[in-house]
Design a protein around this ligand. Structure first.
Ligand code: HEC
Length: 111
C-alpha cells in the first residue's frame, strides 16, 4: 500500500517537473514583457492595441521565412501595416538579446 503510494507520488513528481520548468520560463518572459511595457499594447491571448502574441504565432507558424531573428528586429524597430494601420513604436530599451528571447517565445509557444 505504502509502496504503491510512493510510486504514484514519484510518478507525479517526475511527470510534472517539465511542466514546472515551462511555467517558470513563462513567468520570467511575462515579467520581461511587462517590464518592457509590451503588455500595455499586447496580451498573450487577446487583441489590444496590437495583435495578441498567440495571433502572431499563428500567423507565422506556416511561414518558413519567419525566424526569431527577423521578428526580434521587428520588435526593436516597431512598424505598421502588417496587422493594421496602427503603428508600433520602436523599442530602444529592448536589447537584441532580449528581443530575440521574446521573439523565440512568441513563435515557439505551444510547441
Ligand atoms: C504603443 C503600443 C505598442 C507597444 C508598447 C508594443 N507594441 Fe508590439 N505592436 C503594436 C502594434 C500596433 C503592432 C501592429 C503593427 C503592424 O501592423 O505592423 C505591433 C506588432 C507587434 C508584433 C508583430 C510584428 C509583425 O511584424 O508581425 C510583435 C511580435 C510585437 N508587436 C511585439 C512587441 C513586444 C515584444 C513589445 C515590447 C518590447 C511590443 N510589441 C510593444 C503596438 C505596440
Amino acid at each position: 500500500m505504502m509502496i504503491r503510494l510512493f510510486f504514484r507520488l514519484a510518478f507525479l513528481f517526475f511527470c510534472c517537473l517539465p511542466l514546472a520548468y515551462a511555467t517558470d520560463n513563462d513567468a520570467e518572459m511575462l515579467k520581461l514583457f511587462k517590464n518592457k511595457i509590451c503588455l500595455g499594447c499586447h496580451q498573450v491571448d487577446a487583441k489590444r492595441v496590437g495583435p495578441s502574441f498567440n495571433m502572431v504565432r499563428e500567423k507565422y507558424q506556416q511561414d518558413s521565412e519567419m525566424t526569431a531573428d527577423i521578428l526580434a528586429t521587428r520588435i526593436r524597430s516597431g512598424g505598421s501595416g502588417v496587422w493594421g494601420a496602427l503603428r508600433m513604436p520602436p523599442q530602444p530599451k529592448v536589447s537584441q538579446e532580449e528581443a530575440f528571447l521574446m521573439a523565440q517565445w512568441i513563435l515557439g509557444k505551444g510547441e
